[in-house]
Design a protein around this ligand. Structure first.
Ligand SMILES: C[S@@+](CC[C@H](N)C(=O)[O-])C[C@H]1O[C@@H](n2cnc3c(N)ncnc32)[C@H](O)[C@@H]1O
Length: 305
């Protein structure tokens, strides 16, 4: 896939979207191709939304997940699918003596992570989560995965690799979408975006990125319990919210949904206007722009090996 395949006027195309358009089930290669295509041209987009949305205590989802890491010098942490590196940066700023590693399959995301983290302090590897060749057995105390497990298919090799690299008594903690109804208005936002997406690609949604079992916290818990049979899996759910000028809130929120990237630019603009209407909490007056609010449900799952 090259730059010429990205056509914002017509919306992003990949082998995965072509499979959907042809009523075929996309395979693993198509999924990787699609994810790489999206991230190559929009590196850092997850962070843009996730770092702005905060819970009632003022924490964003990176900060909430980072709390799992004990603040003890020398603790070895792997951020699986680290993207542009916001979680590693939080951990590095908190304790310079943590031993941090990050893995991602997308070089454009890793370049952003490299730029923000001091050289030779954090080890970053371009690898797939299914095959963590650079990470030794039993060499990690905490594996973190922020908003990426949902995208991984096949998932079993990923969980096998996590189990392999974790030391005995080590922790695996992942942040995923929470139950839709946990955040007010979230399902309306989801439905609006998918309505536009399905007008272009009717199968998008029925078929989505990653293993469908990871999208529900209940079935994810079952998969984790199978992969870590002797471990206790703990789930907590929370809600994070962003507020601000509604046009900005709508753009940032929509940008968080992979599905929105397939919309042709004119359709995308129309969708944003509708989304702005949905998210408005106060109308423009002489002194203020219209304000908006977007809330997302999140779940944190923690497994102790
Ligand atoms: C939604 S982004 C999250 C990035 C980062 N964890 C964050 O929350 O800001 C998903 C990331 O997962 C990476 N990714 C998806 N599937 C992967 C796989 N099988 N192996 C490694 N990285 C993968 C993508 O390249 C992308 O950087």
């Amino acid at each position: 896939m090259t730059n010429k395949d990205i056509n914002y006027e017509k919306g992003l195309k990949s082998i995965w979207t072509e499979s959907l358009a042809n009523n075929q089930e996309p395979d693993d290669k198509a999924l990787l191709n699609h994810l790489k295509t999206v991230h190559q041209h929009n590196a850092g987009f997850t962070e843009k939304c996730a770092s702005t949305c905060r819970d009632e205590a003022g924490r964003n989802s990176y900060e909430w997940l980072a709390e799992i890491v004990p603040d003890i010098d020398g603790v070895r942490v792997l951020d699986l699918a680290c993207g542009s590196g916001p979680l590693l940066k939080i951990l590095y700023d908190r304790n310079k003596k943590l031993r941090l590693k990050g893995v991602d399959m997308c070089p454009e995301e890793l370049a952003l992570a490299k730029a923000r983290l001091p050289d030779n302090v954090v080890d970053l590897f371009e690898l797939k989560a299914q095959n963590l060749t650079a990470i030794d057995d039993n060499s990690i105390d905490v594996v973190l995965c922020h908003w990426a497990l949902t995208l991984m298919n096949p998932i079993t090799p990923v969980l096998n690799e996590i189990r392999r690299v974790l030391s005995s008594g080590g922790l695996f903690a992942t942040l995923v979408n929470g139950p839709m109804d946990a955040a007010p208005g979230y399902s309306d936002v989801y439905n609006l975006i998918y309505e536009y997406v399905q007008a272009k690609l009717p199968k998008y949604g029925e078929i989505d990125l990653g293993d469908p079992r990871i999208r529900s916290t209940g079935s994810l818990k079952n998969i984790l319990s199978e992969a870590f049979p002797d471990a206790n899996v703990n789930i907590e759910t929370s809600v994070v919210t962003m507020k601000g000028p509604v046009a900005e809130v709508a753009e940032t929120a929509a940008g968080f949904f992979y599905a929105s990237f397939i919309l042709p630019s004119e359709v995308h603009k129309t969708m944003l206007l509708k989304l702005s209407d949905l998210l408005t909490i106060s109308k423009q007056n002489r002194h203020f722009k219209s304000q908006g609010r977007f809330s997302m449900p999140i779940s944190r799952l923690v497994v102790r090996k």
